[in-house]
Design a binder for this molecule. Sequence first.
Ligand code: ADP
Ligand code: MG
Length: 321
Amino acid sequence: MLSEFDLIAKYFTRTPRHNGAIALGVGDDCALLTPTPGTQLAISSDMLVEARHFFSDVDPRKLGHKCLAVNLSDLAAMGAKPIAFTLALSLPTVNEQWLAPFAEGLLGLADQYQCELIGGDTTQGPLTICITIFGEVPNGAALRRDGAQAGDDIWVSGSLGDARLALAGYRDELTLDHATLEHAAQRLHSPSPRVEFGLALRGIAHSAIDISDGLIGDLGHILTRSNLGATLNADALPVGAMLQQQPRTLRHQYALAGGDDYELCFTAAPTRHHEVQAAAQQANIAVTRIGTIDTMLGLRLTDASGAALESHPLSFDHFRT
Ligand code: ADP
Ligand code: MG
């Protein structure tokens, strides 16, 4: 069996190739980063625990991809450029059948974003993966949650709800045909972080967040931090291709509260409409205007005609899935 040091050397040690910010990578007591002058470091951690955040039998390659993707998504939501990450791994056993594809999924995505693995920790224990990611953003240019302004348009990238649809299939809450489940599961297992779009939104968006826990909850963080409210057109929500085939109530429910979407929700002045669309085009992603920021606190849902949806406007508990 591989020792801890052999394991790190075999799967998680690479000579930094990609970016000049890394003065020293894996192998010493600390890694050393040299951020570009005039930038701030953006730092975020996400922990994934077996049985809580992923199924025990999930494809390790997809798991490797996903645990970095969710961290990259946090950088995207700040408008920060990825630099590097650390990997803290707790493994029940040293299983190379698992480690090899896990490292490939992880480092494949890292290469795509030129984000280097610069260190970590490895220990025996229940399967847990904790990544801390480092990005950089010009001083003062980060897209924060507290910057929304009354009158802003609310936008969302890509599409929502397909990851939650896949979960419903796995949990037997719904009966989905094989092809639908496979397509929806792509969104659940292999999210694409919207890094390029986050970068393109700098200087345009007033506030941003990535949607990991469902649109309502995550937009709610922007509203709370900005001390404002919002009105959303539920019929304008960009629903995933597989969810599109489901009944309207389910479409609303999963798009509003599904979770695991890893799209960006952001606000921008209506005058920046064309710039938002140009940024989306540049990042090769769809973008949809779904509502407006208001001074009245709370969140109101309407249909396409602007009529309030039947549910009580301030109570979304039945959307929490
Ligand atoms: P220390 O005991 O000083 O904390 P370790 O023996 O834990 O150092 O780790 C040795 C080196 O290997 C360090 O540079 C550390 O960052 C790196 N490392 C440990 N685990 C991992 C991992 N899972 N992925 C990448 N680097 C790792
Ligand atoms: Mg250590």
